[in-house]
Design a protein around this ligand. Structure first.
Ligand code: ZN
Length: 319
């Protein structure tokens, strides 16, 4: 039998993204807007700036797409909707029936167990079952991520700029009488962004909702954790998230990255501040759960650092 240990992986980084349109909000007519969020600059006056941002939902969507793919490749079950990148995740009876081709179990414990068993995405990424008649069942995500915002030094220099594009085909009859395609604007942004992602394997392949039976193991936990870690590796190396990448593929470069692998919850300090790598080392001196830091660029190429960190995590989790 494989002994499975808990492992906590914390990722923080700074990434330069030029001319990106990775997270757009509404479009007003032919004008597509980049997401903006308020951020406080910790100066004497605590000025608030509206700056370009990429939401945690966008990152989570990308990670779960990779997880669905890796899970299936590794022989784990993925429900009918998640495998297509539709993350409704057991929202109600109809979604459940469509996802799992069966009726939702009445018992809370059985419900969660069935979902975990049959969908690695919902095992790792959680779900919220909220049928009209009541009887909610909730599973909290085992990974954590959030908004990417410009780093401290980049806040005042971050820009959003609308770019004009047109598909007019002059000289063809399609343009006459306003029949040609419209010109359109896409807001682009350039900044050095923060990146944050944590993965806690403690509850992967374990029920959590019904308190009497919480912790019941479902399926082979080592395989599930392995798939989540594999997915994280692929996700980081391929930067596999964000919208509009077919025509607005960002010009990107990782500035720095820290991956911490620990036996218990241990998060890398915020990359908003330039000294976050030093802060991580200082924290490790005070608080340490067999914590090991993998640092880019000093620990080798980006890929080397990520691969080494994930290998360490897999080793600890019990392959
Ligand atoms: Zn699913």
């Amino acid at each position: 039998m494989v002994v499975v240990s808990d492992v906590f992986v914390s990722v923080r980084g700074r990434v330069m993204l030029n001319v990106e349109a990775m997270n757009m909000t509404e479009s007003v007519g032919n004008y597509v807007k980049h997401r903006r969020v308020p951020v406080v600059l910790p100066d004497a006056k605590y000025t608030t700036y509206f700056v370009p941002a990429i939401s945690g939902e966008s990152i989570a969507h990308g990670f779960q797409e990779v997880l669905a793919e890796v899970g299936k490749k590794n022989g784990l079950k993925v429900c009918k909707l998640c495998e297509k990148g539709i993350f409704l995740k057991s929202t109600n009876e109809n979604v459940f029936k469509e996802s799992f081709s069966s009726d939702p179990p009445k018992d809370d414990f059985e419900f969660e167990k069935t979902v975990i068993e049959n969908c690695i995405v919902e095992d790792v990424g959680g779900f919220l079952y909220a049928p009209r008649a009541g009887g909610n069942v909730k599973r909290t995500s085992n990974f954590y991520t959030g908004y990417m915002i410009p780093v401290r030094e980049s806040i005042e220099g971050a820009v959003i700029e609308p770019q004009l594009h047109s598909r007019y085909a002059l000289g063809t009859p399609f343009v006459e009488g306003g029949q040609g395609q419209m010109i359109y604007y896409v807001e682009l942004s350039s900044a050095v962004y923060t990146f944050s992602f944590d993965l806690d394997t403690r509850y992967i392949g374990r029920t959590t909702f019904s308190y009497e039976k919480a912790g019941t193991e479902v399926g082979k936990r080592s395989e599930r954790i392995n798939a989540a870690l594999e997915a994280l590796k692929k996700f980081l190396i391929e930067f596999a998230f964000g919208a509009k990448k077919t025509r607005f593929l960002p010009v990107m470069e990782w500035d720095s990255l820290v991956v911490a692998v620990s036996d218990d919850v241990w998060t890398v300090p915020s990359p908003y501040t330039a000294g976050y790598i030093d802060n991580a080392r200082k924290k490790k001196e005070k608080v340490n759960f067999n914590t090991k830091l993998f640092v880019y660029p000093e620990g080798g190429s980006f890929e080397e650092v990520v691969v080494e960190a994930i290998e360490e995590a897999k080793e600890r989790a019990g392959k």
